[in-house]
Write a protein that binds this ligand. Structure first.
Ligand SMILES: NC(=O)c1ccc[n+]([C@@H]2O[C@H](COP(=O)([O-])OP(=O)(O)OC[C@H]3O[C@@H](n4cnc5c(N)ncnc54)[C@H](O)[C@@H]3O)[C@@H](O)[C@H]2O)c1
Ligand SMILES: CCCCC[C@H](O)/C=C/C=C\C=C\C=C\[C@@H](O)[C@@H](O)CCCC(=O)O
Length: 273
């Protein structure tokens, strides 16, 4: 998909990777609705981007992605404000917390909801024009991240969700590509401090940083954004799971079973179901 003239919605867009994806799309001529629970940071980011790319190109919508009403309303506002919606980036996420329900709600439930809302707004079967949904998973969606079992579980869920909606069975009806991106550790505020407040936290921090350093250190946001843009522009990728690592750069997780690795029904086979 070429970005000029397109409209995107990005969750968790106030900072970090979400801000990076947003700015890259604005730079290529898209308009973007920025959603975030951090209202002050979101407004500040939007103001900065408006002064660079034009006030008509951005819209900040305060939104807690775990609140179904707020999410539904934000999708409606974005699409009526800009008159269309072409790309949804489910990016908002948090790392492991004591309140594991919240990790599930933000990292998985809201991504499921954002994907369903994206299909409702963009699906050709729902009166939309087709489009693209990119779910931001993590390398922890493909391998076990030892300091975050719940985080790991949610990211595996995001990968499975994206692969399933990325089968021809769904694309035939909706015309919406659904893909996931799995970066390794990236230099954003989600990273834990190297010096922690308690001995237990320090143990985890030491293990995390020893592993991260052994893997070549942190990715920069720009490296993840480059992979994101490749995925946006490559219409052949549906159900694809992009990996971004220090060692290999951008590549795709191989799955067996004829590409998609899962059984699917095409338009032809579905008519016989
Ligand atoms: N940084 C990494 O190492 C890394 C690696 C792989 C994947 N990821 C994933 O990338 C995504 C972005 O993370 P980041 O590294 O930019 O972190 P970040 O903390 O800088 O940004 C996350 C954003 O999500 C927002 N957010 C959190 N909870 C929210 C909620 N309930 N409603 C709305 N917005 C909410 C935050 O306010 C923040 O702006 C996450 O899904 C994360 O899991 C990050
Ligand atoms: C606690 C801080 C937040 C981290 C968030 C992030 O999403 C977590 C990432 C978790 C795991 C990263 C693993 C990285 C591994 C790679 O460096 C590489 O070794 C994996 C290669 C896999 C392959 O080639 O098959």
């Amino acid at each position: 998909m070429q970005l000029r003239g397109k409209v995107a919605l990005v969750t968790g867009a106030a900072q970090g990777l979400g801000r990076g994806f947003t700015e890259a799309m604005l730079h290529r001529g898209a308009k973007v609705a920025l959603l975030d629970i951090k209202v002050l940071e979101g407004r500040k980011t939007t103001k900065e981007l408006a002064s660079k790319y034009g006030p008509d190109k951005v819209l900040f919508l305060p939104c807690d992605v775990t609140d179904k009403g707020q999410m539904k309303s934000a999708f409606q506002q974005a699409s009526s404000h800009f008159g269309q919606l072409d790309i949804v980036v489910n990016n908002a996420g948090v790392t492991e917390q004591e309140n594991w329900d919240m990790v599930l709600d933000i990292n998985l439930r809201s991504v499921i909801h954002g994907t369903l809302l994206g299909l409702d707004h963009m699906g050709t079967d729902k009166g939309g024009g087709g489009g693209l949904i990119i779910n931001i998973a993590s390398m922890a969606g493909l391998i076990a991240m030892f300091i975050g079992p719940v985080y790991t579980a949610t990211k595996h869920g995001v990968v499975g969700l994206s692969r399933s909606f990325g089968t021809p069975f769904h694309f035939d009806r909706s015309g919406v590509r659904v893909c996931a991106i799995c970066p390794t550790m990236t230099d954003t505020a989600i990273q834990p401090p190297r010096v922690a407040a308690t001995p237990e936290e320090q143990l985890k921090a030491d293990a995390h940083w020893a592993y991260t350093d052994s893997q070549g250190g942190l990715l920069q946001v720009s490296e993840v954004v480059d992979g994101f843009l490749q995925l946006v522009e490559d219409d052949s990728k549906n159900g694809a799971v992009m990996r971004i690592t220090k060692q290999k750069g951008v590549d795709y997780q191989p799955y067996g079973g004829g590409g998609q690795g899962v059984p699917y029904a095409t338009r032809k086979t579905r008519s016989k179901l």
